[in-house]
Design a protein around this ligand. Sequence first.
Ligand SMILES: Nc1ncnc2c1ncn2[C@@H]1O[C@H](COP(=O)(O)OP(=O)(O)OP(=O)(O)O)[C@@H](O)[C@H]1O
Length: 266
Amino acid sequence: MIKVRNLTFKAGKRNLVDNLSFDVKKGELLAVLGANGAGKTTLMKLLCRDIKPDQGEVFINDKAITAYSLTDLAKTRAVLQQHNTLSVSFLVEELVMMGRYVHFDQQPGLHDHEVLKQVMIETGITHLAGRDYNTLSGGEQQRVQLARVIAQIYDNPNACLFLDEPTNGLDLQYQQQIMVLARSMADRGYTVICILHDINFASRFADQIIMLKNGKKVADGTPLSVINTGNIELTFNIKVKLMASEDYDCPLVFPAAAASPHMQGM
Ligand SMILES: Nc1ncnc2c1ncn2[C@@H]1O[C@H](COP(=O)(O)OP(=O)(O)OP(=O)(O)O)[C@@H](O)[C@H]1O
């Protein structure tokens, strides 16, 4: 469970994150939507204590994140960053085991190996175990990185999982697989916060959506309550059409044919 209260982060005079407050319950998946530069990654960095806020506080399981030791924080939240390039070679299984570093001193124990095995099965990467990470496709690399962060918090279903654009650059099948995995983590009790660019994926997989613009909250609520043309136009400066879906409660979103005046001016 995560609570965010009056969170503000400034760069110079500009508020990149501007007085944000929200809660995400245990077992929920929150999707954060917003245009490029809206402040999504800055928010994520604040949530995982990578950077310090100018104002406000983040609580994980009712404890301020500033009160956690580094070790306890690493066992309480795991972060899939946006860019995961490596300059040195690692085997896939070595890289996934890095997620367990916080759990052992010198050598991984039996339990760490068991977690490694389970996580690799769940993320569908067992067949890649002996491969050099740098030789994998983008989609395979993303699943390996996700396996690493899941391994980090595997023993603690009260933990938070932060995913910054986990589907970035992936084909539709890999996008789907990553989102199914993120959803399954929430269903197992984890609190999942996921930055996404695809509105339809957000409404399909999230319990809650926050839309950001210039670091401020434009809308916050269930997909059904926030996915409407007004909120989307305000957030993304784009006209969209909504189409009712037979399979899902929430309407599907498509860009309208004509570019918005903002786009025409580019
Ligand atoms: N340390 C910093 N100093 C100054 N400006 C910054 C800093 N970090 C981020 N910014 C700016 O703040 C804005 C928000 O950045 P952020 O990375 O949070 O956006 P985002 O919503 O994640 O964007 P994208 O979808 O493109 O990844 C951007 O205009 C960025 O250039």
